[in-house]
Ligand binder design. Structure first.
Ligand SMILES: [Fe+2]
Length: 301
């Protein structure tokens, strides 16, 4: 069993890096931690940018090139745990590649491995993601407190749960029929979700905000700037989180949410099943609901 301690980052490929960075900073509010230029001596590398929301050195890397999600990263406790995960995944038939030391440096982790889930989502497990203690210099006061969770697509969410629960410490918190599986790896109701979709991809990346006021302030801010609101403001009955989904460049969906449920008594929690066709099952406030836009997995066939 591989213990995931947290979500680490999302790596996303963008055709227009400057536009994607401008959105991630000026609209979403993230801090740009590296300039959008190749490092000295690495001119052959594609241009990229790293963005920060919390203690992590960065939680979003935008890499110029093809448009599509490149990988989703999760932390494991330490280097020994990473080596054990590598062995376990290989033994289970997954093709695992160990990241080079320069690639690990670029990701600001001690080391990492990469592999694909059974549906073609590219995953990375990392040890020793760098912490930064100085306060985040948010590009706008959206109220972000942390990178909250990420959501992947898979054609069969039950199969996806079999994968996550067979190999990792992921436990289902709630089901939305065959449409979604919401999973926890710590007391937070979900740090990982899988939505039913046609192919592999990143459905959305979530940022927690400090108050309900932040959600509604951002709603007006985004609307005034012509940003496409995909869903919300609304309230999910599963996590009790008040949410707002909106569409960034190149099909990348961001979510702000406030008030996610914590499951403190892990053994007492019983996952519930919600029928997505039932009014209020996605949004207790009965607003219009739709599946957020997924950024397809880059390199998926
Ligand atoms: Fe979400």
């Amino acid at each position: 069993m591989i213990e995931l301690t947290d979500v680490a980052y999302v790596r996303s490929g963008v055709a227009d890096l400057d536009k994607a960075v401008a959105f991630a900073t000026e609209i979403v509010g993230l801090e740009l931690v590296t300039p959008a230029e190749p490092a000295v001596g690495a001119q052959s590398e594609p241009r990229s940018a790293q963005l920060r929301a919390d203690w992590r050195h960065h939680c979003l890397a935008l890499i110029e090139g093809g448009s599509g999600v490149i990988a989703s990263g999760f932390s494991v406790p330490d280097e020994d745990a990473l080596a054990a995960a590598e062995t376990e995944l290989e033994r289970s038939g997954f093709t695992v590649s160990r990241g080079s030391s320069s690639a690990a440096r670029d990701r600001r982790v001690g080391s990492f491995i990469g592999f694909s889930d059974p549906f073609g989502n590219r995953l990375e497990l990392v040890a020793q993601q760098e912490t930064i203690t100085r306060p985040v210099a948010f590009a706008r006061p959206a109220g972000i407190t942390e990178f909250g969770h990420l959501c992947l697509d898979a054609p069969d969410v039950r199969e996806a749960y079999r994968f996550w629960s067979a190999h990792f410490n992921a436990r289902v918190s709630d089901w939305i029929g065959d449409a979604a599986c919401l999973m926890r790896i710590d007391p937070v109701h979900h740090k990982l979700a899988v939505f039913k979709g046609d192919g592999p991809g990143l459905c959305h990346m979530n940022f927690q905000v400090a108050t309900i006021d932040d959600v509604f302030r951002s709603w007006h801010f985004l609307t005034e700037r012509g940003v496409e609101i995909e869903m919300g403001p609304g309230r999910h009955p599963q996590s009790t989180a008040i949410f707002l989904y909106f569409l960034g460049p190149e099909g990348f969906t961001y979510e702000y949410s406030f008030g996610v449920r914590r499951i403190e008594d892990d053994t007492a929690w019983r996952p519930r099943t919600f029928d997505p066709a039932e009014p209020g099952s996605i949004d207790m406030w009965l607003g219009p609901t739709r599946k957020p836009t997924t950024q397809p997995q880059l390199g998926a066939s």
